[in-house]
Design a protein around this ligand. Structure first.
Ligand SMILES: NC(=O)c1ccc[n+]([C@@H]2O[C@H](COP(=O)([O-])OP(=O)(O)OC[C@H]3O[C@@H](n4cnc5c(N)ncnc54)[C@H](OP(=O)(O)O)[C@@H]3O)[C@@H](O)[C@H]2O)c1
Length: 361
C-alpha cells in the first residue's frame, strides 16, 4: 500500500471510531431522555448546550482546530441527541413490555447495567440489595422500584447479580419463591460448583439460565458484546429475554458449564494473572517515559482494581485457575534466558496464534 492508501485506510478507521462514539452518545441520550420523561423534566436544556459549546470552543482552540467547524458539528450532534431523547418507541419495540423483572444485587455495577437495559426495553424493574438506604437511593436514581427478595414470587424474571460467593445461596432462596414458568438468571463469572448446583437445587417448574456477560458493566450498549450462556431449563421467558439481548446487538454463545470454566481459565484467569504480575513487577518504575502501550496497561490494571472482588473471585473459584497459574509461572520461568532459536520459535508460534485468535469475534 502506498502512503496515500495508508493514510486513507487510517482515515476510514477513524471514521468508524467516530461513528461508534456517536452510537455510544446516542444510547446515553436515549437513557437520559427516559429518565427526564419519568421525572417530568424538559428534553432540551439550552444552558447545558451553551456550556458544552463553550468547552468545545476552548478545546478546539487548544487543538488548533477551527472552532467554526467543530461548533457546527456539535450543533448537529445536539440534534441527534434530541432525536434520541425524544424517541418514543412504538409498543412493538418494547420487547419486555408487561414483564416484571426483579434484580437481586440491583444496587451493584452489573445489576444497574441490567436495570437500565431492561427499562430501555419496556420491562418493569424492581431492585433489591441488602442495604435498604442504598436500595432506595439507587432505585430513585434509576427510576425503578425498590423491593425485597419476597418480590421473586410475583416476578416473571429474577436476575441475581450478587457477588460470586453469595450467588448459589441467593439463587436457591429466590427460586423457592418463584412461580411456575418464571425464569431465573445468574450472572456469575464462574460456573462449576455454582450454576451446576443451582440447576439441581432449584425447582424444575422454573426456567434457569446461567449467563456470563463478557464485558464490564461500564459499557453503554450491548451492540457487539458477547454473553456466555449455560442453559439448564429454557422456555418462553428465556426466548423473550434472549431475543431482546440479541435484538440489541449482543451475541449469545451457548456452552456447557465445564467448557465455560476451561475457556475462562485462559481468557480471564491467565490474562488477569499476567496483568497483576506485570503490575507488581513494575514496582521499581516511577511512572515517567510512558509509552502508549504502558498507558493502556495502566488503564487495564486500574479497571481490574475497580472490579477487585470479581477479579479475585475468578482466581479463587474457577476450578482450573490454580493449574492455569502454575502453567503460566512455568512458562514465564522458561523465558528467562531468551536465546536465538527459542526467540525465533516463539515469534512463529505467536504469529500463528494471533491469526487463529483473530478469526473469532
Ligand atoms: N463486574 C464485572 O465486570 C462483571 C462481569 C461479568 C459478570 N459479573 C458478575 O456479576 C455479579 C455481580 O458483580 P458486580 O460487579 O455487579 O458486583 P457488585 O458491584 O459488588 O454488586 C453486587 C451487589 O450485590 C448486593 N449483594 C451482595 N450480597 C447480597 C446478598 N446476599 N443479597 C442481596 N444482594 C447482595 C450488593 O449490595 P449490598 O451490599 O447493599 O447488598 C451489591 O449491590 C457477579 O456474579 C459477577 O461475577 C461481573
Amino acid at each position: 500500500m502506498d502512503e496515500i492508501g495508508r493514510i486513507r485506510a487510517r482515515i476510514d478507521a477513524i471514521d468508524q471510531d467516530i461513528l461508534q462514539l456517536l452510537k455510544t452518545r446516542y444510547e446515553n441520550a436515549k437513557i437520559l431522555g427516559q429518565l427526564k420523561r419519568r421525572r417530568g423534566l424538559a428534553t432540551r436544556d439550552r444552558q447545558r448546550e451553551r456550556d458544552i459549546l463553550a468547552k468545545i470552543q476552548r478545546a478546539s482552540e487548544k487543538l488548533d482546530l477551527n472552532p467554526r467547524y467543530s461548533l457546527q458539528i456539535f450543533h448537529k450532534i445536539f440534534n441527534l441527541s434530541l432525536e434520541a431523547q425524544r424517541e418514543k418507541r412504538k409498543p412493538s419495540f418494547h420487547k419486555l413490555r408487561n414483564k416484571e423483572i426483579l434484580i437481586i444485587g440491583g444496587t451493584g455495577a452489573m445489576g444497574q447495567f441490567f436495570s437500565r437495559f431492561i427499562t430501555a426495553n419496556g420491562g418493569t424493574v424492581t431492585i433489591v440489595g441488602r442495604d435498604q438506604r442504598r436500595t432506595l437511593k439507587t432505585a430513585e436514581d434509576l427510576a425503578v422500584k425498590p423491593g425485597r427478595l419476597l418480590d421473586a414470587a410475583s416476578s416473571d424474571i429474577v436476575i441475581v447479580a450478587v457477588p460470586m460467593k453469595s450467588t448459589r445461596q441467593v439463587c436457591i432462596r429466590a427460586a423457592n419463591r418463584m412461580r411456575s414458568g418464571a425464569l431465573l438468571i445468574d450472572l456469575c463469572s464462574v460456573k462449576s460448583g455454582i450454576a451446576d448446583i443451582i440447576a439441581v437445587q432449584t425447582p424444575s417448574r422454573i426456567e434457569y439460565v446461567s449467563l456470563h456477560p463478557l464485558f464490564a458493566p461500564d459499557i453503554d450498549h450491548l451492540d457487539g458484546q458477547n454473553i456466555a450462556a449455560v442453559s439448564y431449563r429454557t422456555g418462553p421467558q428465556w426466548d423473550r429475554l434472549s431475543r431482546t439481548l440479541t435484538g440489541s446487538g449482543a451475541r449469545i454463545i451457548k456452552m456447557t458449564c465445564d467448557y465455560h470454566d476451561r475457556t475462562m481459565a485462559l481468557v480471564q484467569v491467565a490474562h488477569h494473572y499476567a496483568l497483576l504480575s506485570l503490575g507488581n513487577s513494575l514496582k521499581g518504575w516511577s511512572g515517567d517515559l510512558k509509552t502508549n502501550s504502558i498507558k493502556r496497561t495502566i488503564a487495564t490494571v486500574r479497571s481490574l482494581l475497580g472490579n477487585w472482588d470479581t477479579i479475585i473471585g475468578i482466581q479463587q473459584l474457577n476450578p482450573y485457575a490454580r493449574q492455569t497459574r502454575r502453567e503460566f509461572a512455568k512458562m514465564t520461568k522458561s523465558m528467562v534466558e531468551l536465546r536465538g532459536p527459542q526467540v525465533n520459535r516463539m515469534r512463529r508460534d505467536l504469529a500463528s496464534l494471533v491469526q487463529k485468535w483473530s478469526r473469532k469475534p
